[in-house]
Ligand binder design. Sequence first.
Ligand code: PXP
Length: 247
Amino acid sequence: MELSVNVDHVATVREARGGTQPDPVYAAMVAELAGASGIVCHLREDRRHINDRDVRLLREVVKTRLNLEMAATEDMVSIARELLPDLVTLVPERRQERTTEGGLNVVDQRHYLRTVVDVLHEAEIQVSVFVEPVLEQVEAAADIGADIVELHTGHYANATTSKTAQQELHRLQNAAEFARTLGLHIAAGHGLTYDNILPICRVHAIQDVSIGHAIVARALYVGFEQAVRQMVELIRYGRLLPPLGLR
Ligand code: PXP
């Protein structure tokens, strides 16, 4: 399982003072040196953390895989076509939200999203869609021609009892196994931490995880390189654990 590091919150700290430090571009380079397999950033309509300069420079320096998270709007699609990230992850976006709150409703927007996927494919950009671990959404992701489905792990991460966490884990596993039968590449993310990543590693159908906040938070104590390295090592260890049984 590969780790993609989301550098949005490095930019959040920079924006707290409106200066130039810390720089998400520098953080991305350190993350790659520490073993990250990809770099993720979310260019929001309100540019509250990552901005246009960041994505331009990230495109230049990222040597692994640059994943641009964005809303499926015409403006963002045209930025992606100019920038040419390796992949785009389509996410829902609401101005008032603190972070991405739910998965994209692909079922209800099949027609429009299919055209977005086609336009991105024309530019040779792979497309991932961020969805709830719900079979209908996964099926719709395959139907619109997405290459990758990123399963929303937020409900798993926010579970307050071990019973709910187990239930959410099995929901993720079912969705991942189903996505595999449809030939999709499977990623997962949102709210994953050093404390809750191991059970996710036991879901072998999940091939990638995208993690931001937990790594940036730990970096304050141990440094960015060490924080990424610790997550890479934890994931490597987690993959050696027995796979989660099917339900
Ligand atoms: N995946 C997606 C689609 C996201 O929107 C986010 C948050 O920006 C993440 C992964 C990373 O979440 P976190 O910062 O909680 O690790």
